[in-house]
Write a protein that binds this ligand. Sequence first.
Ligand SMILES: [Zn+2]
Length: 279
Amino acid sequence: MRKGRWVRYLWAVTFVAGCAGKPGPEVAMRAPPQPKRRSAFMRELGTSVQGRPITLATFPGVGQPVLILGGIHGNEPTSAVVARKLIDHLELHPHNGAGRTVVILPEANPDGLLTGRRTNANGVDVNRNFPARNWRRFKHPLFDNGPSPASEPETQAILAAIEEMRPGRIVSIHSIDGNKHCNNYDGPAESLAALMGRFNGYPVRPTMGYPTPGSLGSWAGIDKRIPIVTLELPRNVDSETAWEQNRDALLAAISAEAPAKGSTGAPPAISAGHSPAGD
Ligand SMILES: [Zn+2]
C-alpha cells in the first residue's frame, strides 16, 4: 500500500473509532424508569359462533368484582376500544382501580365487531338474548332475539362470567346515534349512573322510551337486582375522544362504594325502567 493510501486509511480508522469511542448524549442518557405495570389475568370464557375467543381480563383485588363489558353490538366498535383502553390504563395505573377486583370483557361479540354488524354471526342481537323475564320470541332484521333465551354462545359466555364472578355492579358500554348518549341504568343503579354523569357529563336516564326485552339490563338489573349502567357513548366521536370523556367516569364506577345488591334504600334509588333499544 502506498503511503498516501495508508494516510487515508489511518485517518479513516481514527475517525470511525473516534465516533464509536465517544458516545453521544443519546447513548450517555439513561432510559427513563418504566412505570410499574400490573398485567391483567386473561382467559378465554368461550368462543363465538364462528369460533373466535371471548376473553375476560381480570384484575384481582378486594370487594365484589366490577364487571365492564364492551362490544356486545358489532356496529359499536368504540365500546370495545374504550374497554380495551381501560385494561391498558389499569395495567399502567394499577392504583386507579382503588384496589377493587375488576373484570373486563372488551369484545363480547367478536364476529359482529369483525363485520361491523350489530348481531352475532347467527343474526341474533346478543343484547336481546338474555333469559330475562321479559324475553319473548320475536324476529326482526336488527333485533332478532334468537330461538330461545341464552341460545347464543356469546350470551352464554357473558352469563358464565357473571355466574362465576358475581359482580356487585356492571357497566355495559355501547354507542348510540342522534345525540342520545347517556348513562342509562337498570335496577338499583341510579346513584351509580349519577356518579358517572358527574364525570362524563352525560344525562342520567332510567329509560330511553322503548322496551328492550331480553337485554342484559333487563336480566341483570331488573330481574337479578345487580346495579347496571348501560353507558351509551356518542357514536359520532372517535374512540380516543370517547375514552377521554369516560376514563374518569369508568374509574369512578370501579372505585366507588358499591350499592348493596338488592338494596331498597336511598341512595341508591330503585328503577324499574327498561334499557333503551340502543343498548
Ligand atoms: Zn348497543
